[in-house]
Each structure stands twice: as structure tokens, then as C-alpha cells.
Design a protein around this ligand. Structure first.
Ligand code: NAD
Length: 181
């Protein structure tokens, strides 16, 4: 029988518990989920501190921690392109075939809907706290960020000295840091 495949793209800066929840949710609906690591070309900024490779490690280990079997997902780093209107074609070229798109991001939703894809907005889980902006804010301000992320993210951030990386970046880039909303 043909497999039902879906796509979920996120910057995952860093991977947090909301991402894991939403991946679990998508796997109730499709056999395989293609997880695009968005803005793969970006790293070492306050908004995008972690490399694509570090985010792949976080996600792979977090899915394993959550007993999600490897046969149910693909992880594919995806660089941004300048042309929003042709971005879905670019994504399609880089991924296994898929029929559904899962996203809470209005631009991603709009672009794939215009190409005729079946787009679903999964429920948001504790969005007040489970957001990359909140996790990075807490990392920078020595607040409790560990409770918002899988153990894998804690481990990789420690391995790559991620907190110090953010603090070093903040010395130059304090004006770029988004305020906690
Ligand atoms: P994100 O990491 O903020 O979120 C990823 C997904 O997880 C989203 O669908 C989001 O709704 C979901 N999510 C996050 N927190 C959640 C929570 N608490 N509960 C439930 N779901 C939650 O990433 P994003 O900003 O949506 O990533 C989109 C990516 O697509 C970016 O990298 C962007 O650059 C890329 N993009 C590129 C182009 C282009 O290259 N032209 C165009 C559009 C989008």
C-alpha cells in the first residue's frame, strides 16, 4: 500500500517540546513525516544560533528519546531561497514526495496552499512558553530553559557550548534580540 507522507518545516532554533509534540501529532495522520530543518544556512546569530548539523543532532536524538522509529521520518536541512513564490517547488525538489503539509506558519501555509497542497494547522501546545524565542531568551538570561526542551537539546547545547555562544553573540547584537512577548 502506498505510504501517506507529510511535510513539516521549522527553523527549530533550538528543537523544543512543541516541535516534538507536533511531530507526534502529525504521525497520527501520516505514515511518514518529512521534517525540514529550515533556514539551514543560518547559524551564529541571536535569532539563529545553532547550525543545521546541530539541529539535526538535537532532533534525531529527541525523536529517539521519544521512541519515534526511524522508519517514520526523514530529516532534511533546507536552505532558504530569495523567491517565496517558487519556494514550494524548491522544497519539493529536495524531499521525498508528500501530499500533506503541516504548519502553524502563515507564510508556509499560504505558499503551499497556492500550489494546491492539503495544508493543516496542527494545534499549538503551550505556545506561551514553547517557542524558540522564549527558549533563547531564557538561555541568555540564565532562566530555566531546560524544562522547555527535550534532554537531547540540553545535551547538544552543552556539547557545543551553546549558552556561551549566545552570550558572546549578545555582546555585539543586543539590538537584534526579540523582546519576550
Ligand atoms: P518554527 O521552528 O518556529 O516552527 C516549526 C513548526 O512547528 C511550525 O509549523 C510551528 O507552528 C510548529 N510549532 C512551533 N512551536 C509549537 C508549539 N508550541 N506547538 C505546536 N506547534 C508548534 O519554524 P518556522 O518559522 O515556522 O519555520 C519556517 C521555515 O520555513 C523557516 O526556516 C523559513 O525561513 C522557511 N521558509 C523559507 C522560505 C524561502 O526560502 N523563500 C519561504 C517560507 C518559509
Amino acid at each position: 500500500m502506498e505510504k501517506k507522507r507529510g511535510l513539516l518545516i521549522g527553523r527549530m532554533q533550538p528543537v523544543h517540546n512543541g516541535h516534538i509534540q507536533v511531530i507526534k501529532e502529525t504521525l497520527k495522520d501520516v505514515d511518514e513525516i518529512i521534517i525540514g530543518i529550515g533556514s539551514a544556512q543560518l547559524s551564529h546569530t541571536l535569532k539563529d544560533p545553532f547550525t543545521a548539523g546541530e539541529r539535526v543532532m538535537m532532533l534525531t536524538q529527541a525523536l529517539s528519546e521519544n521512541s519515534i522509529k526511524h522508519r517514520h521520518y526523514y530529516i532534511i536541512p533546507m536552505e532558504d531561497i530569495q523567491l517565496n513564490a517558487v519556494w514550494p517547488a524548491h522544497v519539493k525538489m529536495m524531499t521525498p514526495p508528500f501530499s500533506k503539509v503541516f504548519t502553524g506558519n502563515p507564510l508556509v501555509d499560504r505558499l503551499f496552499r497556492e500550489e494546491g497542497y492539503d495544508v493543516t494547522r496542527p494545534p499549538l501546545f503551550n505556545r506561551e512558553e514553547l517557542s524558540g524565542t522564549e527558549v533563547r531568551y531564557r538561555m541568555l538570561h540564565d532562566e530555566n530553559w531546560e524544562s522547555l526542551v527535550p534532554q537531547a537539546t540540553v545535551d547538544i547545547v552543552s556539547e557545543v557550548d551553546g549558552i556561551q555562544r549566545l552570550k558572546d553573540l549578545s555582546k555585539k547584537e543586543v539590538s537584534d534580540l526579540k523582546k519576550r512577548e
